[in-house]
Write a protein that binds this ligand. Sequence first.
Ligand code: DX5
Ligand code: ZN
Length: 219
Amino acid sequence: MYEVATSLLNAQKGKEPEIILNLEKSRTDYFHIDVMDGKFVERNTYKWMESICSYINRLSNLPMDVHLMVEDIRSSIDDFSVFNPNIITFHYEVCKDDEEVFEIINIIKQNNSKVGIAINPETPIEKIFKFLPYIHVVLLMTVKTGAGGQPFISDMYTKINNLKKHKDSNNLDFQIEVDGGINLATCKQVKEAGAEILVAGVAILKAVNYKDIIDELKK
Ligand code: DX5
Ligand code: ZN
């Protein structure tokens, strides 16, 4: 069984509570929260994602998977830790050196969340190998970071598989999460390549029945 994290980035404004309840009923494994600051990526979803997290805290016990696409990682950890997310993921590309990556890993752990490192499609996977024994999740971006509804970049199948091979041959136990362009057409190959947590936004939110899609993605 694979896990599904539903991205709320393309949720219809004003309908958040309804959507959250419907996703819970449809057994999403996580709510995937796309925090954007208008600097690391163009769009700014910061305040809106804070309000979505507070709805989730009130309406659901399901875990939150917070994906920080921001330059000021430390402040964002402070701002989003109040919602008790299960996972906080930050981008490797934002950090100035390895020391800073280790520092942020520790800050997230001190805030009682699991740690994820995200990397953009063009960042080589080898860059994060040294951090893998200390983290819980690697989030591989499989579209250009910053927007939902884009097509999956097909070169990413090999990248997922290279990470999976490295994980197995080194007996590591982080989870491999993929984000962007995941739908019924791409999910089979993504799973075969080694992904364990599938983020999906548009594929689920645009469906008539969330549960049908979530069930298929989990299989
Ligand atoms: C993009 C976000 C994704 C996005 C995925 O930067 O990180 O989580 O919402 O959306 P879909 O599934 O629509 O490609
Ligand atoms: Zn995301």
